[in-house]
Ligand binder design. Structure first.
Ligand SMILES: NC(=O)c1ccc[n+]([C@@H]2O[C@H](COP(=O)([O-])OP(=O)(O)OC[C@H]3O[C@@H](n4cnc5c(N)ncnc54)[C@H](OP(=O)(O)O)[C@@H]3O)[C@@H](O)[C@H]2O)c1
Length: 380
């Protein structure tokens, strides 16, 4: 197994502050969907919608890191950013305004400009023959739209390929769902999860580039004794934490929590699995952490669980009880792999039917851009 690859931002626009700690001696494997190419005539034509945003910038970074083949790439954002220059792989690109005509001759479009933009332009793109990989929640639960984590359910998008003259929509799951299922799925395959309890510790990056800038600014302000600027979350974020900022529903859950519940059932194709979640925003810059409690139908002991997780693609184990060293958001920032640790038998359950684990994953990378680019690789 190779070490964690160190990612760098591809040049691009100014990106907000990001932790880039390396994990010495940590393990990962070459991605199962790796392709070695880049700018080539035979590659697909690409469009990145929302290219100036946190996820959009990461799309470019991941395309570069994975040498994704393409013959052309269109950089799309709102009117506000149109005309901006952007350097990618040594070439200059001008950001264009997203319009109804943006998708003529685009094979694959990576969308991350929010749900309303996806709803408006996604179907238009599909009509013009484009395969849309959408990062918003607009189509995730729509029947017939595959909701895909490549390591978990690649079969859901079977038959969708570039070059067949047909557009399609594929949805990228919510970041917390992706990171959770990367670790929970291999265990689920072995012993069948009956119930899952998830508690999240979510980073600023999940709320976009402006939220990351605000956390940084607030941190300075609080340290300088000034009142913090509260535009994005309407409250102090630095040196604080609070319930996830998504809308609270009549059942008392917020939307982020219900995404974990519903998306898990769709991705696992299991309408019976019981999932409950509590989602919390913590003042971390760019990677999410999640505590996951699992209840199984069939017994699974700690050691077997550890062996299963060791072999799972896209996962790295950090589980050193002696030195109290377990996954942290900082260590996985800018990394592809999701880290898992605190692997232990749940003492509240009889026998080997319960397990607790703790996971950390870079939510802009595996939680968004990387997962979408892996999906795009499967279209080739
Ligand atoms: N952050 C995440 O981790 C994450 C994870 C999964 C999914 N997503 C999804 O991706 C979306 C973007 O997230 P983000 O974190 O990258 O947000 P962000 O940093 O705020 O970026 C938003 C992007 O959308 C573009 N945009 C806004 N209005 C537009 C319009 N009318 N037409 C065309 N482009 C427009 C912005 O362009 P301008 O520069 O022109 O404003 C910018 O490029 C989210 O709304 C969410 O649906 C995000």
């Amino acid at each position: 197994m190779a070490t964690f690859t160190h990612h760098h931002h591809g040049a691009l626009l100014k990106t907000p502050l990001s932790g880039r700690a390396r994990i010495p001696g940590s393990k990962s494997r070459p991605g199962p969907f790796r392709v070695r190419m880049s700018l080539q005539e035979t590659g697909p034509s690409l469009a990145v919608v929302g290219v100036t945003g946190a996820v959009g910038q990461e799309f470019l970074s991941v395309l570069q890191d994975r040498d994704f083949p393409f013959r052309s790439i269109k950089m799309l954002a709102s009117k506000r950013s149109a005309g901006q220059n952007l350097n990618f792989l040594g070439r200059n690109y001008v950001v264009e305004e997203l319009t109804r005509d943006s998708f003529d001759d685009v094979d694959i479009a990576l969308f991350s400009a929010g749900g309303s933009i996806s709803k408006e332009f996604g179907p238009l793109a599909v009509e013009s023959g484009t395969i849309v990989v959408d990062n918003s929640s607009a189509f995730r639960m729509q029947k017939g739209v595959p909701l895909v984590v490549p390591e978990v359910n690649p079969e859901a998008m079977e038959g969708i390929k570039v070059g067949r003259g047909k557009g399609a929509l594929i949805a990228n799951p919510n970041c917390s769902t992706i990171i959770c299922l990367m670790a929970a799925t291999p265990l689920h395959r072995h012993s069948k999860v009956l119930r899952m309890v998830v508690s999240t510790y979510q980073a600023a990056s999940g709320a976009g580039a402006a939220a990351m800038r605000e956390l940084e600014q607030q941190t300075h302000e609080v340290l300088e004794g000034k009142p913090p600027t509260c535009k994005i979350f309407q409250r102090q974020y630095a040196f604080n934490l609070f319930s996830h900022n998504s809308a609270v529903l009549p059942n008392g859950y917020n939307e982020e929590e219900m995404k974990l519940v519903k998306e898990t059932r769709k991705i696992w194709n299991d309408t019976d699995v019981k999932v409950t979640a509590t989602c919390i925003r913590v003042p971390v810059m760019r990677a999410h952490a999640e505590s996951i409690n699992l209840q199984f139908e069939n017994p699974l002991d700690e050691d077997t669980a550890r062996d299963i997780l060791k072999k799972a693609p896209g996962l790295v184990i950090i589980d050193d009880r002696t030195s109290n060293n377990f996954p942290t958001p900082l260590e996985v920032s800018n990394k592809d792999d999701v880290a898992v640790g605190r692997i232990r038998r749940d003492v509240s359950q009889e026998g080997n039917y319960g397990l607790d684990i703790f996971v950390c994953g870079d939510q802009i990378r595996k939680g968004a851009a990387l997962n979408a680019v892996q999906i795009a690789e499967m279209l080739l």
